[in-house]
Write a protein that binds this ligand. Sequence first.
Ligand code: PMP
Length: 387
Amino acid sequence: MKSRKLLMIPGPIEFEPDVLQAMAVPTTSHVAPNFIDVFGNALDMMKEVWKSTSGQPFIVAGSGTLAMDMAASNLIEKGDSALVISTGYFGARFKDILETYGAETTVLSAPIGEVVPLDIIEETLKEGSYKLLTFTHVDTSTGVMVAPEAICKLAQKYGVLTILDGVCSVAGEEILQEKWGVDVVLTGSQKAIGVPPGLALLVASQKALEVWKNRKTPVGNYYASWNNWLPIMIAYQEERPSYFGTPPVNLILALEKSLGIICDEGIGGRVQRHKRLARAFRAAITSLNLSILPTEDVIAAHTLTAVYYPENIDGALLRAHMVADDVIVAGGLLSEIKTTYFRVGHMGSVSSNDLLAVLGALERALQSQNYPFEMGVSLRTFQDSLI
Ligand code: PMP
């Protein structure tokens, strides 16, 4: 047969057939009435998924990094102080982006597999005078999840704007943007949002927009500037034609379909499904005597799991064996430990069937390298955990 491999990396993920079919249609004009409706619906549904009634959604062609760039370029002016709370690879990226626009950054980096303690964040906020802070909700390089609410509370106490990198969390982990007072929540389309790569998505609070409107200097980026995109988003929300840069029409058709699926499932139920599957998967991994990167269960993400290879196992060979068995998982990403671990994505429309397939392929790959374990133990543990 086929090239029907199961893509279980932390993005891009397996997409719903209905979402893919929504794209496979003749491209209309970006100002055709039906497309204006679709774009407006997608913007409305983003507010439902982000849990923000007053925020301003943006949909722009680009990847998650563009959404980071958009947040940084519109909010930072040369010389502003920014605090980066880093739990891995993507914290370091935010530092680079912020510095591109002239920010003076302070980075609080957690040891690998850990989070930065709240008292350290508070001490740092007390000592400095920060305009904004960024944090990675789920760092895809480590599978570590931070608790946004407590960080946002601290930021509000010290009058600091918050930017949540939700590329690996939006529509998979709990996010209550308005209740928590997060100023920007950003993501890309290819992860738990469930749409092929190519869309940068973010919702900005009214406070963030005020800060942007009151800038003393022009935005140092042309394509990402809200000067260009805000009128376009408002026009689509008000069902009026408008143009700045041609939107990726077919991807936005897919986005509207996927957001509809997410809203039909209900974001609360969707988050619970991610939690239930992630917990069972971690239990199954542990039953094989494998260790996961996050040092504590409460900071382990529900959208992916990062797992250390056991000693004396060739990681590249293990993954190649799984690919030959039609299951694709990802290698490591964090440069310090890149070759010592692998990552399994379980987000979006993931089901227990997908994870049973991963565990089956993993067991066969481990067995091929004579790793000592009882065949079937992870499958049984996974099943037991789901009951
Ligand atoms: N932040 C996080 C947490 C991510 O996982 C990623 C992508 N893996 C990015 C930012 C960057 O997104 P993209 O690759 O879509 O530019």
